[in-house]
Design a binder for this molecule. Sequence first.
Ligand code: ADP
Length: 598
Amino acid sequence: MPMDMHISFFNFSLKKVLAQQPDNLKKARIKIVYAILLLSILKILVILPMVFHSIKDQQLYRIIFVFILYIGLTKYLLYKPLNINIISQGMVIIGIAAIWGNIFIFQQNINFVTIQFVFMVTFVSYYLIDSRYAVIYSILGILPVMYFLAVTSRQSWHLSAVPEELPSPGFEAAVFMNFITMLLVHYLFYCAFRANVIEKEALNKKLEATVAETKALADSRSVFLSTMSHELRTPLNAVIGMTNLVKDTATEEQTENLDILEFSAMSLLTLVNDILDYNKTENDKIELEAIPVNLPDLLHKVCTGLQQKAAEKGLDVLLQVDENLKGRWVITDPTRITQIIYNLVGNAIKFTEKGSVSVQVTSIGQTGDDMQVHFSVADTGIGIAPNRQGAIFDPFTQASVDTTRYYGGTGLGLAIVKRLLKLFNSEIRLQSKQGEGSTFSFDMDFGLYQGVINPVTILPAMDSRLDGLNILIAEDNPINSLLLVKLLTKWNATSVVATNGQDAVDKLLAGSFDAILMDLHMPIMDGYQATTAIRALADPVKARITIIALTASVSHNINGKINLAGMNDYLSKPFQPASLYQKLAPLNADKAAKAMVG
Ligand code: ADP
């Protein structure tokens, strides 16, 4: 072993051996074995002159033989310290031989020293031998004592106790030295144990610090991602909005180019949203909504939305919904269900050149007010190689390196689907054969909605106008406020721009408005503070004005925060002009109705 290579055969220094040993526990073991060997050698050197003339030859030869063995083992330890296990076993075997020899040959009795040897063999076996042999050795050490006790009568045991023992004071010296050995071994072992515990504690502290550091790093990564996505959404808002505005007056060729621009901006927005969503799922920041949803309607909408994409490739999207589910309302989170199905069906269309994409939704059981539903999205596309079927659910992972080149995408969709399904206590399954197609499926439990659903209000089409509405725009970003002014002008509404919260309050006091579009992050006074100030105004009409927050914020539970701040509604940036229109149209209808009554 490389550790041994630096030690010469003529090395007699324990220090040198220990210096080359990085493992503290091994170091301690070497020290203990060295101490036992040294004390054993010393013991013989002390006893031998005391008893030299009075013991039998047989005993003398035995002592000299053991002495030579101890010297040999000590030398071997200083030369090959890594073989500590073998050396310890050698020592224990000498001990066992001494016990057996004492009991069955030399003394045919149990004396004090033999019992000491039994103890030493036992603890040395467990402390120093790193294997199951320790158990065998300790049993071998105890066995002859047990046997002797079992077969010998108490009387003969007492009678034959003295004559065969070492003559005084050799015997006493041996007993004394054995006790010293026991003490020292335990002391050294205790030191090693303590050092080990201290080292582990230090390591644990280090580990805790590293875990905290990693967590802080993950947190700052997540904050960075949120901020970056937030910052990207603000300019994207202007790009998408302006493109929409310009399209109205564009020539055919310009419209074509603007469509590409809009498509690219929307793709970028999807990517930003995907990154945000993934980040949110990773930090457990998504809270599922629980509202009544008509599942067949929802699925129909998602599939119709994707139908055009499919039609461009000559594909059909077939939706089959179990009869059992039709007309039933379930309690769930429609946004997240949409996201899951949209991703799966979107992928199915993307990776299929001919054939069809089918979405099947079957009810597989009902227990009380709970319904178990099986969803599957199958395609006849390129399929996925068996060895990639696990990996594609990892973030930023695609089935092959060519995928981006041929099909685009970032590899986030399925990772989000997997995480979202986990929130629903469900799991995605995949069956796929390369060249034949893929089927993604999952099961989900829904609570059935027992209440009565009001008919859905049909929102006015965008071509109707917002004549007569006067809107206060509180927005510090000039491009965004310009976009809002242009949109409102297009819909025949008038508007006034305030560049911060204070300005908005002042302008509201000075004029008459139907609603405020309130950016949340503004200098001097932000959207939340401005809302609080407005809600506290003395004029009851002004204090109750409709406030719609405009936010590029990505924090979860935005709805709760908006309501808490006293705002009526919110719109996430970037928004489609149609969404803004849908928020403002009811105000216009209200105003018209009031005017008629008035
Ligand atoms: P993206 O579609 O953006 O690449 P996804 O996470 O949605 O990311 O999908 C990861 C990968 O899984 C895809 O790149 C594709 O290789 C593979 N994949 C997903 N759905 C299908 C499918 N229906 N057919 C074949 N391959 C698919």
